[in-house]
Design a protein. Structure first.
Length: 194
């Protein structure tokens, strides 16, 4: 029974920069850089028939590629910090892609996602980290920014049943349509950096 979710991969060069933010926070379990991603829709544990339905439903997505920017670091968990994340600047293209995943998965019978969508890259999961330590960490590193970087596809990931953090395996990939070149993009083409 696979545990599935959809997401966007992080280019290796940006993953390397994010990995340099590791350390200096007691109680943090840092995510390996090869497992950095932006979740679009968490699915959870499903049987193989449902996994096939999910893969088929996602194959109908037809959207143009877009760019993503990381615009700082934050923590999740107001009463008890449970994660350090890189914030993703929201964009119409990203929100619409996530909403289409939600609609398509509900149409095949999956329950609606109950949490508000907040695009991010999880860098560390926290256990027992104090608010003070998290605040100190963010005051030193919170201004991190990267991108914009092009998104040329989304993927269907699987993970082992664990407490999170990987390893993640790309089960299916779904290309996005190339954007027509504009301005200085003609010189660089539509490279996706994956």
């Amino acid at each position: 029974m696979p545990r599935l979710f959809t997401g966007i991969e992080i280019p290796a060069a940006i993953g390397e920069r994010l990995s340099l933010l590791r350390g200096g926070l007691p109680g943090a379990r840092w995510i390996d850089r090869e497992n950095y991603h932006i979740t679009l829709r968490f699915v959870g544990d499903v049987d193989m028939d449902v996994a096939g339905d999910i893969a088929d439903a996602l194959g109908g997505v037809s959207r143009a590629g877009f760019e993503v920017t990381i615009d700082g670091l934050a923590s999740f968990g107001s009463k008890k910090p449970h994660a350090i994340v890189a914030r993703i600047q929201s964009s119409r293209a990203l929100v619409e892609l996530q909403a289409e995943h939600e609609r398509r998965l509900q149409r095949i019978g999956l329950p609606a996602e109950q949490r508000k969508y907040i695009p991010h890259v999880t860098l560390a999961r926290l256990r027992g980290a104090s608010h003070r330590d998290v605040a100190d960490y963010l005051s030193l590193r919170g201004g991190f920014a990267a991108g914009p970087f092009p998104v040329g596809r989304f993927v269907l990931f699987s993970s082992r049943n664990s407490v999170g953090g990987g390893p993640y395996v790309v089960e299916e990939e779904y290309p996005l349509r190339p954007n027509p070149p504009r301005g200085d993009e003609r010189a660089h083409g539509n490279a996706t950096y994956f």
